[in-house]
Design a protein around this ligand. Structure first.
Ligand code: GLN
Length: 484
């Protein structure tokens, strides 16, 4: 039954409605696959096997009563452990939240539940999303399914491993500076970071609020589009969502890409880009040409300032968002502390990962009086310039094509002692977050036997376009069909 684990949404829907397999058989085969292979991959903090099987029984009863199914009904998925799930432990990958049972579901989770998706578990990740390799965690480090000595990418590492290894059909992650696209690239699946404000973040534990987005990981662009259709659109609990209508993403997928204009930003192919990555991405661009798309060079001159600006803005917002973890309101408390101040100090110093502490310190410093103008304000000005670069480029082209990560998956432990080297991983993903535009990572080849991702970037609310191109690409290539 292992082959069931690599089916897409459409196939599962067909299989269930035509009674080729039952929902219980489907969910059971996912769990037996997870039990066989996850122990060496560490994709999960929590498995929700009992609840998942109960939901599957209900779906089988519905099929038996010959009621039709919605497209997502019975489809197994996972969540990065940053999404609040009613009564199910939600840790944000941090010991400080161990044992936290949220009293409500995040809006995305609520929508997936209503659509009939079946939650299989909560994924490992970098604490609160702080990282690029999922090594900054209070739990186990997920491993790359193509080479277990290497990182899965981060911070949504466990979610990318789940999808790439057939532990779930799709997963939700979050992308603040690249955390959906980068692990998708390193582990070999599709990862969409939508426009800021396209998907509600209500109930998603905040990292950096002006940058955070909910992202979708799946093996095909088509499946990403199906899930986006369920999640996109206004939510009265999240005031950062503008009233922009939600297109029929499925309808866009089949449209011809012939004649679309693709810009290739020269700045994304500079120093530090591995040859193998460059080659795979260039071959990806050739595929777009063969599909009849018009490719031309463009310039995004402020790209090189992106990382510096991000690592001021992100920690500043992190320092504010982490203030609420005081050892009292949620999760674990230092039980042996004697005074109130000791509760704060002990809970925070034991509960937070060193990377979280580093960001709290940098952010607090950057926001303090006297430094605010020199750092935070300047970083915000750069952010505007990066956004304007994209706006200019999108006056000339429909989408942009570029690498996602300058390298393939690196070895576990290789960069943990060098935060700067770790931060530089995100140089090609961060600009899209600063500008609030949409972007996705798409498997486009292999280098040294490891997957390489191809980044397609679109203007704000241009998800339909990049998904359309990604779908056309996957129709003529088979990188997404290869399994570790
Ligand atoms: N790697 C980046 C960081 O460490 C991005 C993280 C993210 O997108 N959550 O901040």
């Amino acid at each position: 039954m292992e082959q069931l684990c690599y089916l897409g949404i459409r196939d599962i829907h067909e299989g269930l409605t035509q009674k080729q397999f039952s929902a219980v058989e489907l969910v059971s085969s996912f769990f037996s696959h997870i039990h066989d292979f996850n122990p060496s991959l560490n994709a999960f903090i929590t498995l929700t096997e009992k609840q998942a099987l109960e939901s599957a029984v209900k779906i089988d009863e519905k099929i038996a009563r010959s009621h039709g199914l919605n497209l997502l009904e019975g489809v197994p998925y996972c969540l990065k452990d940053l999404f609040c799930t009613l009564g199910i432990q939600t840790t944000a990958g941090s010991k400080i939240l161990e044992g936290f049972l949220p009293p409500y579901d995040a809006t995305s989770v609520k929508r997936l539940k209503a659509a009939g998706g079946i939650l299989l578990g909560k994924n490992t990740e970098d604490e609160f999303g702080h990282g690029s390799s999922s090594e900054n965690t209070g739990f186990s480090v997920p491993r790359n399914p193509w080479d277990k000595k290497r990182v899965a990418g981060g911070s949504s590492g466990g979610s990318a491993v789940s999808v790439a290894s057939g532990f779930s059909v799709f997963a939700l992650g979050t992308d603040t500076g690249g955390s959906v696209r980068q692990p998708a690239s390193l582990s070999g699946c599709v990862g969409l970071k939508p426009t800021y404000g396209r998907i509600s973040r209500y109930g998603v534990i905040a990292m950096a609020s002006s940058l955070d987005t909910v992202g979708i990981l799946a093996r095909s662009a088509e499946d990403v589009a199906f899930v986006l259709q369920i999640l996109a659109g206004k939510d009265r609990y999240d005031s950062t969502l503008p009233d922009v209508s939600v297109p029929d993403y499925g309808a866009y997928l089949s449209q011809d890409v012939h004649g679309l204009k693709v810009g290739v930003p020269e700045e994304y192919f500079g120093e530090g880009l591995e040859d193998g990555v460059r080659k795979a991405v260039e071959q990806g661009i050739d595929v777009l040409k063969k599909l009849g798309m018009e490719v031309k060079p463009v310039h995004l001159p402020h790209t090189k300032y992106g990382v510096a600006a991000y690592y001021i803005i992100c920690p500043s917002e992190v320092s504010a968002n982490m203030a609420r973890y005081d050892g009292i309101k949620y999760g674990s408390t230092a039980k042996d502390a004697e005074t109130l101040m000791d509760v704060y100090l002990e809970s925070r110093s034991r509960g937070f990962h060193p990377e979280v502490k580093r960001r709290i310190m940098i952010g607090t410093y950057a926001l303090s009086s006297g430094y605010y103008d020199a750092y935070y304000l300047k970083a915000q000005k750069i952010r505007t310039l990066v956004k304007q670069d994209f706006e200019k480029a999108f006056e000339e082209v429909d989408i942009l094509a570029a690498p996602v990560s300058p390298t393939v998956a690196f070895k576990i432990g290789e960069k943990t002692d060098n935060p700067l080297a770790m931060y530089l991983n995100d140089s090609l993903t961060i600009p899209a977050n600063l500008a609030g535009i949409c972007a996705l990572s798409l498997p486009c080849g292999f280098s040294e036997g490891l997957p390489v991702g191809f980044q397609l970037l679109g203007p704000q609310f241009g998800e339909d376009r990049i998904l359309q191109v990604a779908h056309a690409f996957q129709k003529v290539t088979d990188f997404h069909l290869q399994h570790p």
